[in-house]
Design a protein around this ligand. Structure first.
Ligand SMILES: Cc1cc2nc3c(=O)[nH]c(=O)nc-3n(C[C@H](O)[C@H](O)[C@H](O)COP(=O)(O)OP(=O)(O)OC[C@H]3O[C@@H](n4cnc5c(N)ncnc54)[C@H](O)[C@@H]3O)c2cc1C
Length: 287
């Protein structure tokens, strides 16, 4: 049976899961790290089907139970990388150290994170500041690089860079790293004041006035967001949104996106509708 991955267990991902599971055409796996925007919503009273306000957490729990009842498998982990292999299948890498293979993928990871307000970061985008190690590591082969972040995603990006860079420093910007540094990778916990350079990045300056010389700075704060994942498989983005057509399809065959990560109205009703539309078209794609 064909294998489908849904990244994200918010309204978009779960809505898609219902349709895909009920089609009987595919085994559906939802991978999520339990951080839906809806968890933070205390009372919902603008969504269909309730006489009284309902909490976001309740909506998510009941919807997950429904998906499980329909045969959807759930894995609680964080996707750190997405690749397409020679057989045109998707390889999903996660913080539990696994690589899993799928025929079709839906990105339903919610609104992208904001980038940190570090001086110089925006100015040097495309000139030494990157958001995708697998895409850009090659440009920094034999050079010193840095990754800004402190979690599994930062470690994953650092490990990718370590294959080609001469050194990789993970800059946690005042946070405790969630991992042990090994091999070529070192960690610096100092607060960052600026990314600096002339035409291109040449250093990162800390609040204590010291600096380290690097040619490339990779941003990997928190978890891999929707645009990070889209970039890794070559799906175009616009600002912080993944570009999709009316079928919720990206330009990459088999890769779909739904919900807040596609922009527009950032509401449950739109996420649910997107998820359903994506699923219907994914079922067609799977044949
Ligand atoms: C405080 C608050 C109140 C709100 N109130 C309302 C309201 O009253 N009515 C309304 O209609 N809308 C409300 N919203 C908006 C609503 O919550 C969102 O529009 C909706 O949750 C979007 O659904 P989604 O599925 O696109 O993304 P989300 O619900 O954000 O779900 C994203 C999913 O992706 C997962 N994920 C992300 N990255 C990864 C990764 N790398 N690996 C694995 N999993 C990942 C997350 O863990 C999560 O499961 C509110 C939002 C907030 C923050």
């Amino acid at each position: 049976m064909k294998q489908t991955l849904i990244i994200g267990a918010g309204p978009a991902g779960l809505s898609a899961a219902f349709y895909l599971a009920r089609s009987g055409k595919t085994q559906v796996t939802v991978i999520s790290n339990d951080q839906s925007a809806l968890q933070r919503a205390d009372k919902i009273e603008n969504y269909f089907g309730f006489a009284e306000p309902v909490s976001g957490r309740q909506l998510l729990e009941d919807s997950r139970k429904n998906a499980e009842r329909l045969g959807v498998a759930f894995i609680d982990t964080e996707i750190t990388d997405l690749q397409i292999n020679m057989e045109m299948k998707f390889e999903a890498y996660s913080s539990d150290g696994e690589k899993r293979i799928y025929d079709c993928v839906l990105i339903a990871t919610g609104a992208s994170r904001k980038t940190p307000p570090i001086s110089g970061l925006k100015d040097f985008e495309g000139r030494g500041v990157s958001y995708c190690a697998v895409c850009d590591a090659f440009f920094y082969r034999g050079k010193d690089t840095a990754v800004i972040g402190s979690g599994s995603y930062a470690l994953h990006e650092a490990m990718t860079l370590a294959n080609t860079s001469s050194s990789v420093t993970v800059l946690t910007n005042g946070h405790e790293p969630s991992f042990e540094a090994t091999g070529k990778i070192r960690v610096d916990k100092r607060k960052i004041s600026a990314i600096s350079g002339n035409d291109r990045v040449d250093s990162v300056v800390f609040e204590d006035g010291e600096k380290i010389d690097v040619s490339g700075v990779f941003i990997a704060i928190g978890t891999a967001g929707s645009t990070d994942l889209a970039r890794k498989v070559g799906a175009p983005i616009s600002g912080s949104n993944i570009i999709v057509d009316e079928k919720m399809s990206t330009v990459v065959p088999g890769l779909y996106a739904a919900g807040d990560c596609t922009g527009g109205l950032l509401q449950i009703s739109k996420a649910v509708s997107d998820g359903a539309a994506a699923a219907v078209n994914m079922i067609k794609f799977l044949g």
